[in-house]
Design a protein around this ligand. Structure first.
Ligand code: FMN
Length: 212
């Protein structure tokens, strides 16, 4: 049971990375093998829209690091994407990565049947987390992945997925900010639930495949 987390933040190890690490930590405690990949560590050139991937299961750009990442995606059972909100959207790094993985689902849906999930972090309380979350979940679904969210097994729902904010409260008209996501108990709770849900979904899929 391999779970790969991909962080689209331009800052490694910060809020989004901490959220992804919380998802992975929970999954590890249930027996999963995990890896956190920081897109900022990799050289990924922009898609040049040559449409090579409409004919062949590969990308025409071979002189960068995208293959290192897609090999890990193909080997994983589940993929968790994380992005901070940049102007109500995913980051440029995350979008560039998404474009360059088009070849994974054009001629053949190579990620079909894997489990997918997403987490977001933003400064403002409602700074575009929901839209950013939907963009990543839409990407995962477009690759034929089974998208899971952070609703718990008791059916409680607090949020539409793990979405962090630095906003703490208003005090005399002044915003009090959280230091970082470690102070966002709801976001971290949702990340832990998401980690459990991913493992549960993988176990259900494994059992179903053994029955067939
Ligand atoms: C270019 C840029 C655009 C941003 N746009 C938004 C935004 O639209 N809404 C928001 O709430 N925060 C926005 N932020 C703040 C980040 O989402 C926030 O700092 C987040 O915690 C960064 O995640 P990280 O710690 O994983 O890098 C923006 C930050 C940058 C650098």
């Amino acid at each position: 049971m391999k779970i790969l987390a991909i962080n689209g933040s331009h800052r490694r190890g910060r809020n989004t990375a901490k959220m992804l690490e919380t998802v992975l930590e929970e999954a590890r405690s249930l027996g999963a093998e995990t890896e956190l990949l920081e897109l900022s560590d990799y050289n990924i050139k922009p898609c040049r829209a040559c449409n090579h991937c409409l004919r062949v299961i590969e990308c025409s750009i071979q002189d960068d690091d995208i293959k290192l990442i897609t090999d890990k995606m193909l080997a994983a059972d589940a993929i968790v994407l994380g992005s901070p909100v940049y102007i109500s959207n995913v980051t440029g790094l995350m979008k560039n990565f998404m474009d360059r993985t088009r070849w994974l689902h054009m001629c053949r849906n190579t990620l079909h049947g894997k489990v997918g999930a997403a987490v977001t972090h933003a400064g403002l309380r409602n700074g575009g987390q929901e839209l950013t979350q939907i963009i990543m979940e839409r990407y995962l679904a477009s690759h034929g992945m089974i998208v899971v969210d952070s609703r718990d097994q008791e059916g409680r729902i607090y949020n539409h997925g793990p979405m962090g904010t630095l906003f703490e409260r208003l005090e005399d008209g002044r915003v009090i900010w959280k230091k970082d996501v470690e102070e966002d108990s709801l976001a971290l709770h949702e990340c832990r639930t998401l980690g459990r849900n991913i493992v549960r979904q993988l176990q259900l899929l494994k059992a179903a495949r053994q029955e067939v």
